[in-house]
Write a protein that binds this ligand. Sequence first.
Ligand SMILES: Cc1cc2nc3c(=O)[nH]c(=O)nc-3n(C[C@H](O)[C@H](O)[C@H](O)COP(=O)(O)OP(=O)(O)OC[C@H]3O[C@@H](n4cnc5c(N)ncnc54)[C@H](O)[C@@H]3O)c2cc1C
Length: 412
Amino acid sequence: MKYVVIGASAAGINGITAIRGHDKDGEIVLISEDDAIYSRCILHHYLSGERDEKALDFTTENFISENRVNWKRGVRAVQVDCGAKKVFLSGGSSESYDKLLIASGASTFFPPVKGMFNEDKTLAGGIYGLRTFADAKAIKAAAKKASGIAILGAGLIGIDAASGLLQYGKPITIIESCPNMLPSQLDGEAAAPYQKKFAEMGGRQYYGVKAEEITRGGDGTVNGVRLSSGEQIACDMLICCTGVRANTGFLEGSGLKMDAKGLVYNDRGETSESDVYGAGDVSGKNPIWPLAVKEGIVAGGNMAGGEETLDSFFASKSAIVFWGIKTLSLGTHTPAGPGYSTETEKDTGSYKKIIHKDGKIYGAIIQGDVSYAGVLTRLIAEKIDVSRVKKPLFKIDYSDFFALNENFEFTY
Ligand SMILES: Cc1cc2nc3c(=O)[nH]c(=O)nc-3n(C[C@H](O)[C@H](O)[C@H](O)COP(=O)(O)OP(=O)(O)OC[C@H]3O[C@@H](n4cnc5c(N)ncnc54)[C@H](O)[C@@H]3O)c2cc1C
């Protein structure tokens, strides 16, 4: 049996581990545009100098040799022919497969703001994304020489970039169209301590404004950002952290089913074509590391004869730690419509919020003391009816759960 895996990150690497768990002898070919294996989640530690390139690798030391993987690194898959069971590679060669795992992930999305691109559609000089190790290397080199750094987007990646670059001592400005920092995870109250801390460290931040134009100097490189408020931010470096798009370009013409976001596959990782599997950010949905890992394990196991199904996975969970402030954000942080109730509790350095409706909790924020996090995660992920517990929601603990019924629901 010959397995070909496209992508050497969370989904692909865990897919390989799962394949080897079932098939000790099959041939495994790994194809990746990246020429190293690393965790994107800690790229900001490379920016800050806390980790070197080697310390970004999330695999065991001899992962490739121990798993007898033929790794074609720095090579791009340019086309897939599912009928002929072949992957065509940059450089003109091809690789046939019996089973194929597509784990090609996602890339930075650069929004079509005026001035972002040159006439030939390449990015203007001074503009960066933070997705790959190559990006991090380029950012690190440029940041040392920059006189001003602007970050477009105050989501997790934008704040990763900001925190990794703060110690360069350069003026850093965050530009975000939503009303606060980390808007997918935090409400204004929970974002406030992060914003305060960032300001104390010298960061500038603009919320509720859009980048209307990237302004450029005579040499064509970035010299500023004009905001929808009319203000002009001076910068010679702009990092775009405004989302990602699935890497599916090379699948065009393959016959594989896609939707508006990315590759379509089921909870066994099976795509629309036989013997072709998918896992991770290439789906374009819930682009988070733990889900890519789980999907890789499921797809890899099934490719090699296992019987695995992705169990219900609670993707809406973010553990946030920036500048010593800890927050757990679960589900939604703002009522989705009428009929929802909100409970909040605030103390010095601590903030808790629960959003519920008809006995079910739909979201929560816990900041500061996160000891209650385990109970809440369970209540939300399992959609447990809490209306029968006659005590304040923040006081519920495991002792309130008497037993589990056959539907794995807590009974009181
Ligand atoms: C800065 C940053 C911080 C993040 N922080 C967090 C976090 O704190 N928590 C969290 O849950 N998630 C975080 N994420 C998201 C997380 O990193 C992704 O969800 C995860 O990496 C997805 O893994 P993947 O294997 O699906 O794809 P990717 O990690 O995108 O890897 C794709 C692989 O496919 C290869 N590839 C792509 N196209 C081709 C091609 N045509 N041919 C050959 N190879 C190809 C690439 O080289 C790469 O090896 C972060 C992401 C970034 C960028």
